[in-house]
Write a protein of this length. Sequence first.
Length: 248
Amino acid sequence: MTPRPSHHPLRTSIVEPAALTAERRAVMFALLSVWFEGYGEDYFNEELGDLDHCVLQEDPDTGELVGFATVYRQEVDIAGTAVGAFHTAHCILERRFWGSNGLVRAMVSEMVDRARADRSGRLWYWSYSAVGYRSYRYMPMLFIRHSPNADQTLDGLDRALRDHIGRECFSQYYDADTGTVDWKWQGYGLTEEARAISEAKLDSPAVAQFRRLNPRWADSVEILCLARLTDDNLTPFGRRWFPATQVA
């Protein structure tokens, strides 16, 4: 029998890497392993050492860790423009809590707040790689201009940053021509449970459009997503999630 979710909102916190104890890391890896197989716990723990911060969600009734997002920060100069990106490597939530967008909202809100507070003139982005529509959908939901987008041409700066992130984060597994990541790892990919959920919405027009952008999703090929964290790039929905009035 599937456990029923708590009736109370999940408790969300943003922590530094040092706060991730061995016990917490083990739970995080177990959550990840529900959806991806062949990742490797040693590699996962190695990744955590380079984190900028981590978003955690806990069941307030039990204190159980039920979701997390790992965020990395990159800063680079591209053709004389100072840019930076908050890159999400993993954003995982137990399926019984999927009725909430709280994890993604808290994660991106922190990025937007940091971008708004930065007075250096650096242009900030959010980036992540999406293997399925559930991950990709936050791009069109929150941002006017974003990549990938079948209806928009990627401008030079955005493309240059996307390719920089692709090379830095994914090395030889990144294909700049398609903006995709093909790990080509023996035994790595979506679990059967993840594939079953993806297959369940084949008749959705939005899912069909995503699959045209990433036709090799079933082979665990990921597509690199990117959007500017600027107020003029927020959709009406994005402005409701991240109101500018919250800036001091």
